[in-house]
Ligand binder design. Sequence first.
Ligand SMILES: Nc1ncnc2c1ncn2[C@@H]1O[C@H](COP(=O)(O)OP(=O)(O)OP(=O)(O)O)[C@@H](O)[C@H]1O
Length: 363
Amino acid sequence: MLKVDSLLKSFGDHTVIDHVSFEVEAGDFFTMLGPSGCGKTTILQCIAGLQTPTAGSIEMAGKVVYSSAQKLFVPASHRNLGMVFQSYAIWPHMTVFENVAFPLVHGARQRVQDVDKRVMHALEMVKLQDYAQRPAPFLSGGQQQRVALARALVHQPELLLLDEPLSNLDAKLRDVMRIEIRNLVKSMGITTIFVTHDQLEALSMSDTVMLLRGGHIVQKGSPQEVFLRPNTEFTADFMGRSNLIPGKLSASGSHVTTSFGEVACNVASGLTPGADVALVVRPNVVRTVAARNATRGQNTFVGRIESQTFLGDLIEADVILGGQVMRVALDPYAPLANGQEVEVQLPAECCIAVPAESASRRG
Ligand SMILES: Nc1ncnc2c1ncn2[C@@H]1O[C@H](COP(=O)(O)OP(=O)(O)OP(=O)(O)O)[C@@H](O)[C@H]1O
């Protein structure tokens, strides 16, 4: 449905998108995720035709809409897109109906009955059919958000572009809108490109997540792949809380030698024995119990609880293992004491070795 090939965007000497290539399948909910300034919005605006790339090509539904080689640039109004931005861009002097009708009245010049039908259908989709005649400013943030969505969908675009559409909503409403937006676009089968810096939004809404950093793609895959099988320290760190334990990949290539012992684990592709690695271990997969004198199995180590923070659902604790801090999650109903000796078990299937990265590159 969408093919972006070797997209380059520079502002003067500053390259912000560095030969990025990716494809989006028809009907996919595709998310561009990354920290502020990584280039998500720039890529989205190049797709929209709101920015002219420096080089590369963009193809939409089999049609080239931008090509530096062919010196071709199709303007935004001819790309059949729907767009929703963080700011909603609702017209304050218009009613809900007039806002949603705007792209039809000022774009395709439909017959009036057709406009009425389409607008009411779009408002029904976002559950605002009873608000059609209300002035747009007299709506809550979530309702304004829905108006923006209805307006983006009213002309049945081939591609829906969403740039941080949830960031102005409070946390509870964001949770609701996450599900509503995903259900709506999936039920319509519309291909959607979503931009966010929020990993939870990306994980919960997407079919595919593309993680960006400094104008490059770091990793692309299903939410499960990106979360459970990070290929870099950056991905592991960005996608949630992770211990990143320094070590070396063993000669067998199946263990990491750390300051507290040998840890059996999964290994990211491309790593060779002896490589400097980071062992990625999420706090919630670590099993921590009071130390016993029994024989210890694979991946079980003895440490001491240094500190704990009560977070309600869980206690987050720092355990010192071989001079290394390991963050673990403890059961709040079975408290352990600071200073207590504990056994820490790291399930091999939940640990993954990724290439080591210098601290300065993390971000
Ligand atoms: N018109 C411009 N002139 C110069 N630099 C720009 C311009 N627009 C964007 N940039 C730079 O391009 C880089 C990428 O910006 P972009 O807005 O795409 O990032 P982003 O990942 O969407 O960030 P955010 O989440 O903060 O919106 C940033 O370093 C930004 O400063």
